[in-house]
Write a protein that binds this ligand. Structure first.
Ligand SMILES: Cc1cc2nc3c(=O)[nH]c(=O)nc-3n(C[C@H](O)[C@H](O)[C@H](O)COP(=O)(O)OP(=O)(O)OC[C@H]3O[C@@H](n4cnc5c(N)ncnc54)[C@H](O)[C@@H]3O)c2cc1C
Length: 368
């Protein structure tokens, strides 16, 4: 493409992760002319994910099992080293790079033009400008460009609260059928995880932004503990990390001059601030955003308002609870060493997470 190129289409999708690929597919299936752009060289790489998806995602992604590396039966939660408490939570550990590539393939099959090595440098009323200076004009811009979305920023929807993460892939010495969760007052606003992936495991940790300087030492500590317990090996096979939106739902739509803008996935703040799970909400919101974009192109004036309302209905209740629980545990960690009861009130396996009043101040100093 030359520097001065100008193209036009109905819908331009910025970002071709799970949200963007799902949006591109849905919009193209509904008849819109779609161009999808991603700065990555290849879909899904590098992987920045622990790779767990719930079984229920199978209702959105055809033959989800084809991306699976191993099945998961349960979630096992440790609180300050005690446990585990085991809860049924069926799902898959997927190969995330293959998963993202599969969604892009489906978008292409539906007729969307999906381009990689295509970094978007600017989003404004004139459309989307790539870093080579070329421009794409579209009536609808879908922002699916992740936690630091340039499209979101252009309409004032910005993930201001984020968790920072660090993850290593390590040898797993015994097969395991659960996602392990490690809650600790040393990890404010986050937790540690060991997600088994066949003969290896994703071992990671997330924390509230101000604690990000401790990520490396905290992860080394968790690794050392699990090595001592004979569960994992010392080798580090891969290192990754990334940001997780943790402030809840952002305004899902807006306008830029004469263009309309829709956000999906992490760009819309849909990742759960407590669990960090965002693949399913990215796929679902992406599909809905693509359908709304195509409907707008087809002349439905209220398509974007309807999208915003549906997103709110579907995601706001869970996100509101998660934001409140995260704020409470971050505050508890800042004021004192949060108690096991505080930690468990901020984790989905425990009744208190679902039933304790959201405005309640966290326990202070009384160990459970
Ligand atoms: C360490 C870690 C572990 C996680 N583990 C899990 C898990 O086990 N299960 C789970 O459900 N969720 C997990 N998540 C969250 C999950 O990965 C995200 O919620 C999900 O990827 C969101 O999808 P998305 O399509 O909205 O954004 P992304 O997957 O981030 O995709 C955004 C795309 O936009 C592209 N892009 C960004 N800016 C530009 C630009 N300017 N120009 C062009 N392209 C651009 C990027 O290259 C990227 O491909 C994890 C996150 C992290 C960081």
């Amino acid at each position: 493409m030359t520097g001065a190129a100008l193209e036009a289409c109905d819908v331009v999708v910025v970002g071709l992760g799970p949200a963007g690929a799902s949006a591109a597919r849905a919009a193209a299936r509904a008849g819109a002319r779609v161009i999808g752009l991603d700065k990555r060289v290849r879909p899904g790489e590098p992987v920045q994910c622990a790779e767990f998806v719930p079984l229920s995602l199978g209702s959105e992604v055809e033959a989800l099992g084809r991306f699976a590396v191993q099945p998961i039966a349960a979630m096992e939660t440790y609180t300050e080293g005690d446990g585990p408490r085991r809860d049924a939570l069926p799902g898959w550990i997927i190969d995330r790079a293959r998963f993202d590539a599969g969604l892009v393939e489906a978008a292409r099959e539906a007729g969307a033009e999906c381009r990689f090595s295509a970094p978007v440098a600017r989003v404004d009323a004139s459309g989307v400008t790539l870093s080579d200076g070329s421009r794409i004009e579209a009536r609808v811009i879908v922002g699916a460009d992740g936690p630091r979305s340039a499209v979101g920023r252009a309409i004032g929807s910005v993930n201001r609260v984020v968790s920072h993460t660090r993850q290593i892939t390590v040898p797993l010495l015994e097969p395991h059928d659960a996602t392990d969760i490690f809650l600790s007052a040393t990890m404010p606003g986050g937790y540690g995880w060991l997600f088994p992936k066949g003969s290896v495991a994703n071992l990671g940790l997330g924390v509230d932004a101000p604690a990000r300087g401790f990520l490396r030492v905290l992860l080394e500590g968790l690794q050392a503990t699990l090595v001592r317990e004979g569960r994992i090996g010392w080798d580090v096979l891969a290192i990754t990390g990334g940001l997780i939106p943790a402030g809840g739902l952002l305004a899902p739509s807006g306008r830029l001059g004469g263009r309309e803008v829709i956000l999906a996935g992490d760009a819309c703040g849909l990742t759960n601030p407590i669990t960090g799970a965002g693949i399913a909400s990215a796929v679902i919101s992406g599909r809905m955003a693509g359908e709304a974009a195509a409907a707008r192109i087809a002349g439905e004036r209220a398509a974007l308002e309807d999208y915003a309302e549906e997103i709110e209905d579907l995601f706001a209740p869970a996100l509101t609870r998660a934001v409140a629980r995260r704020e409470a545990i971050v505050a508890a960690c800042a004021r004192h060493r949060a108690t096991p009861a505080d930690l468990q009130r901020a984790w989905i396996a425990y009744d208190d997470y679902w039933t304790a009043p959201l405005e309640a101040a966290p326990h202070s100093g009384v160990a459970a």
